[in-house]
Design a protein. Structure first.
Length: 274
């Protein structure tokens, strides 16, 4: 079961949504690919810990009880899930982690960290508070309460965060030159600042967002043909989209689409909730 919702209104400029994964796998092992992903996240584990299997031959390790997860630009790990799974995740807007925790996004990209070591003891206390309640609605309220105490006094949203949101709202179908011009910067200066503050170069960020948009469209309307999705999202042709999927997920659109419920459905289900 996957549950999701939006945060309290005061947090929506920094938090995209919360989601919770609950399932019992008995004696079987489920493999969850982790493709390229645009947002950063914090994941709290309450059930059986995932195993994180690196795809570069670097072995397998147990997931952190609190994991701070950066944006991903390619499929570098798979998650191996067994037993009783119970995980609650906070997914951030562009610039959200930096505004709330003063952690540079560029230091997180293509990596994950033990959350308390990076974010402080407060997230350890949050883990216990989340664990003291069992319902998703109660956990969302606990997360709201904690994150509201972290809100910066000032807006805290940079011009690069606003540019990244423009990429999101445009489903990745934007020109870097237009973003730079709107920000009042030259292209090279814009690219340097965007990568520093968002963690990914703007052109690659747009590719990842468009990839995510394609997955969302297919999940929300399964009978839609991939050729229609490719056309709607401005790919040159379907083969161009297939190439992007291989680069960002390690597989074809048809093969990977059915494996990504944990990363696709939460955002779709959170739309319009709360």
């Amino acid at each position: 079961m996957i549950l999701s919702c939006r945060p309290a209104p005061a947090l929506r400029r920094l938090i995209r949504y919360y989601y919770q994964v609950e399932t019992h796998l008995a004696d079987r092992t489920a493999v969850q690919p982790v493709p390229a992903r645009s947002p950063q996240a914090i994941e709290f584990m309450f059930g059986a810990a995932y195993e994180v299997r690196r795809l570069d031959g670097g072995g397998t390790r147990t997931a952190y009880p609190i994991a701070l997860i950066g944006s991903q630009t390619f499929r570098r790990v798979d998650l191996l899930m067994r037993g009783t799974v119970d995980a609650f995740t906070i997914v951030f807007q562009p610039g959200g982690v930096t505004a709330l925790f003063s952690v540079p996004a560029k230091e997180l990209t293509n990596a994950d960290f033990e959350g308390e070591a990076v974010l402080g003891r407060g997230v350890g206390e949050l883990l216990h508070r989340l664990g003291d309640v069992s319902s998703f609605a109660d956990r969302a309220r606990v997360a709201d309460d904690y994150l509201c105490t972290k809100l910066p006094r000032h807006d805290g949203i940079s011009g690069m965060s606003n540019a990244a949101r423009s990429v999101l709202s445009g489903n990745g179908c934007v020109r870097v030159s237009d973003l730079a011009r709107h920000a009042g910067l030259g292209i090279r200066q814009f690219e340097r600042r965007f990568r520093g503050e968002i963690g990914i170069a703007p052109k690659l960020y747009a590719r990842i967002v468009r990839f995510e948009a394609a997955l969302h469209r297919k999940a929300s309307a399964p009978l839609t043909r991939w050729t229609e999705i490719a056309y709607a999202l401005g790919y040159h042709d379907q083969m161009h989209m297939v190439h992007d999927f291989n680069r960002l997920s390690g597989d074809s659109p048809t093969a990977i689409c059915g494996q990504l419920d944990m990363f696709v459905h939460p955002e779709l289900r959170s739309a319009g909730r709360r």
